[in-house]
Design a protein around this ligand. Structure first.
Ligand code: NAD
Ligand code: ZN
Length: 362
């Protein structure tokens, strides 16, 4: 079954379609969402995906058969595309074609590609429309939805960017067939996050299936996770308040990700961060031991890490002290008192460090 989740943002509203699609289905959804007077289409493709997935060629052919002036640019695989240098290369390329302000960008790849494509569309000629075809589980459930776009600086990740909403998002689970399992499982961590903050049924479902999900089960979990993100984004497009619940597990997660030198994948770090948040909550009476134990068991069953090495503790402590969400001496931390509920509290970085997941013997 193919499903669709609306993102309600007034005149910037759009649909996220989730299913097993033919190339023509994907093109229909995108073409239907673009202006009929579109003058050209710049397709930005993750080179790693292009090397592994036969679906990329088929999609490009279907786009070219249906839309005007389809040109393709391959981006360096993954995070390597999220630099100002690569952004400069992309916008120079757009100008050289040339694409005018009625052209559109289509990003095809993981979250790095969707962030890059969205940001290129946000800044080229002060903003042109774009659509996304996310090809990793993380990009399908998280990065492609909500309009945050941008690139990294050497001082940190995602420090330059813009809010720019796509016209359409098409998540074709067929792309998951070539995705390395470690990447897919990392994406499951964000689905678990959505379960804890808003849709406890997702936890029950993943406890039943474990990591080996059918395509239909993938469609279901992606749809439910996108619904959670879409609802939050619709109520707080620019992260004034409620959108911050999406940071559950991310305060410690981001710190761990950086402390590991990005050896931990984002989702793996978020798994550890969620355990830390639930343990900290239990210790402060905003949650329970049982809930922290449930998270550990589920994340472990999915193949995600729940314990980390002692060597990271000090580095995480240092990283938390410079967390960009820090306010004065405290951090606004997201807790989960009960499955499907969130609560905020201001807490000191030193206190977070005390409740980091149990270090393993190594
Ligand atoms: N904008 C947002 O709201 C938001 C939210 C979450 C994450 N992000 C961003 O997303 C990025 C992480 O995204 P990601 O986890 O998708 O990683 P990624 O984009 O780096 O992709 C991971 C790897 O998978 C490869 N790949 C992609 N699709 C594939 C497929 N179908 N088959 C085989 N290989 C494939 C890529 O070449 C890459 O090597 C980070 O930059 C993060 O900041 C953004
Ligand atoms: Zn995340």
């Amino acid at each position: 079954v193919n499903l669709s989740v609306p993102v309600h943002l007034g005149e910037r509203s759009y649909e996220v379609r989730i299913g097993a699609f033919s190339p023509d289905d994907i093109v229909d959804a995108i073409a239907g969402a673009l202006d009929p007077a579109t003058t050209g289409v710049a397709v930005l493709v993750d080179a790693g995906l292009a090397a592994r997935s036969p679906k990329v060629g088929a999609l490009l052919a279907a786009l070219a058969a249906r839309l005007p002036r389809v040109e393709r640019l391959d981006l360096p695989a993954g995070e390597a595309s999220k630099t100002l240098t690569e952004m400069g290369h992309t916008v120079e390329w757009l100008a050289k074609q040339p694409f005018d302000r009625r052209a559109a960008v289509i990003g095809v790849g993981g979250g790095a590609t969707t962030d890059h494509a969205g940001f290129a569309a946000a800044i080229y000629l002060r903003g042109i429309p774009f659509a996304l075809v996310p090809t990793t589980l993380l990009a399908m459930v998280d990065a492609s939805v909500g309009g945050k776009t941008g690139v990294d600086l050497s001082a940190g990740k995602n420090l330059v960017g813009a809010f720019h909403q796509p016209r359409a998002v098409v998540a074709d689970v067929g792309f998951l067939e070539t995705l390395p399992d470690r990447e897919r499982i990392a994406g499951l961590a964000e689905v678990v996050k959505c379960g804890f903050i808003a849709d406890p049924g997702l936890l029950d479902l993943l406890e039943r299936t474990g990591p080996a999900l059918s395509l239909d089960e993938h469609v279901e979990i992606i749809t439910r996770a996108v619904r959670v993100k879409a609802d939050v984004v619709a109520s707080d497009e620019r992260e004034g308040g409620r959108r911050a619940i999406l940071n559950f597990g991310h305060t410690v997660g981001h710190a761990l990700e950086a402390a590991s030198g990005y050896e931990l994948l984002h989702g793996e770090a978020v798994a550890l961060g969620m355990v830390a948040a639930l343990e900290l909550g239990a210790a402060r009476g905003i949650g329970s031991r049982a809930l922290a134990d449930r998270a550990r068991a589920l994340l472990q069953r999915l193949g995600l890490p729940v314990d980390f090495e002692r060597r990271l503790v000090q580095q995480v402590w240092a990283a938390l002290a410079v967390d960009k969400k820090r306010r004065g001496q405290t951090i606004r931390f997201v807790f989960c008192p009960r499955p499907g509920e969130t609560a905020f509290d201001e807490i000191a970085p030193s206190e977070i460090a005390r409740y980091l997941p149990r270090p393993t013997a190594a």
